[in-house]
Write a protein that binds this ligand. Structure first.
Ligand code: AMP
Length: 426
């Protein structure tokens, strides 16, 4: 399969070739002709599948007839609205729109919270056809009468599952009320959960469904491994593995912001350059950390799930689950950071006895057992009793930081993990 059969215009095909893309990814092959046809699309595609180009390329072609060089803002109304859950993803999608659209004279901009509004207001007042936005900041700008959504022709909800997880449903509904009823709708989500299907019924019209990887499975290129370890020896094991295998560019996940900060500080003191990236950090701090990580100045980036969403780090060789996530879906999102677009990667999970249920949840979702290995010198103590984990507030809004508010979680049916080399069974 090549790009030329999909119906894209010649200049976009040239751009794609210049980017070094030899053939469309599965989601691109399926979604591009549908979007060009004007269909509503519901696509299950996780990060790393090439989904951004799958909607951006055909949108650029559909919008091309509106391209003009007028200085009048009125000639550049917002025609495409791309809603995304996080600032990192917003920046990344904006960059993709600029990259793929470099030959198409359409204007685009991005708005997200955490930075001053003035430059965003200026860009919007000048007129843009393509607007990438996080919901909260967009509504603020609408409230100030800077953003007018009355001429939107195409709505994209990117990482819709994450937007629901982050509690953005009311904001999305308010935004949709501001859009014309006649429009094309594209919804991308890592998985088709029941909630996503419910949301899609309220937004999409007769959508074509695109599902590229089997439901809830992880990218095959990723080697997954579990290290059972005592709860108070995880830091030590992590430092040991990084040194022993000379790991570089390691993205480490914790469940909480405070855990991320603590771990990064500890690793840094051990001489392993480490920085924590989480939603309490300012945007410039996060951008700088990401840049330094990409260039290799920072060896270990410690992140929470919310902060890591949308980070565009290609060919990342190692992802470490220092703590397993509460939500098994987040495991898939996390390890999707490695093995992107065909690169191979390794996902290491450090699992203590308290996380037995979380591991079972992940394996149930993957419908596979993850292989184990016990590291020499780190054999877990069999006599340790599991302790209840401190969990997030029920129905918590990670975006509002409540994921970090602790509440004990009870595990009435807890069975102890069987520690043995080989395969962990749930
Ligand atoms: P995404 O899933 O949109 O975050 O894309 C993941 C990565 O895949 C991005 O870094 C893209 O540059 C890259 N990519 C997108 N489409 C292709 C393609 N057809 N061939 C190779 N790489 C691609």
């Amino acid at each position: 399969m090549t790009f030329d059969t999909l119906g894209l215009s010649a200049d976009l095909l040239r751009t794609v070739a210049e980017e070094g893309y030899e053939q469309p990814t599965p989601v691109q092959a399926k979604a591009i002709p549908l979007v060009l046809d004007g269909r509503d699309v519901l696509a299950a595609a996780q990060t790393g599948t090439g989904k951004t180009a799958a909607f951006t390329l055909p949108i650029l072609d559909r919008l091309r007839s509106h391209a003009n060089t007028s200085f009048s803002p009125a000639r550049h109304p917002v025609r495409v609205l791309i809603l995304v859950p996080t600032r990192e993803l917003a920046m990344q999608v904006d960059e993709s729109v600029r990259t793929y659209g470099r030959t198409v004279p359409l204007r685009s901009t991005v708005v997200y919270g955490g930075i001053p509004m003035d430059p965003q207001i200026k860009a919007l007042r000048a007129g843009v056809e393509i607007l990438v936005a996080t919901p909260g900041r967009l509504l603020d700008l609408v409230g100030q009468r800077v953003a007018n959504l009355g001429q939107v022709e195409i709505l994209v909800l990117d990482e819709a599952d994450r937007m629901l997880d982050m509690g953005f449903l009311p904001d999305i509904q308010r935004i949709i009320e501001l859009l014309p009823t006649r429009r094309q709708n594209l919804m991308f989500s890592a998985t088709f959960s029941d909630e996503i299907r419910r949301l899609s019924r309220t937004i999409l019209r007769d959508p074509a469904e695109v599902e590229v990887s089997p439901r809830n499975t992880t990218v095959e290129a990723i080697r997954q491994i579990v290290y059972p370890v005592d709860r108070d020896r995880k830091e030590e094991l992590l430092a040991h593995l990084i040194r022993k295998d000379d790991l570089r560019q390691v993205l480490v996940f914790t469940r909480t912001k405070i855990g991320a900060t603590r771990l990064a500080t500890w690793l840094d003191r051990q001489g392993l350059n480490a920085v924590a990236i989480h939603s309490d950090r300012t945007q410039p701090e996060r951008t700088r950390a990401l840049e330094e990580f990409k260039t290799g100045e920072i060896r270990v980036l410690v992140a929470t799930d919310v902060a890591a969403r949308g980070l565009d780090i290609e060919d990342l060789p190692h992802v470490v689950n220092f703590e397993l996530p509460w939500n098994p879906q987040d495991y898939i999102h996390r390890i999707g950071r490695t093995g992107r677009a065909g690169a191979t990667g390794e996902a290491i999970s450090l699992v203590c006895i308290d996380e037995a249920d979380l591991l079972r949840g992940v394996q149930r979702l993957l419908r596979q057992a993850i292989p184990w290995t016990v590291e020499d010198g780190f054999i877990p103590d069999r006599n340790v009793e599991p302790r209840p984990l401190r969990g997030p507030v029920e129905g918590g809004r990670p975006g509002a930081g409540s994921r970090d508010r602790a509440r004990p979680v009870h595990h009435p049916h807890r069975k102890p993990v069987q520690y043995r080399a080989g395969v962990a069974r749930s």
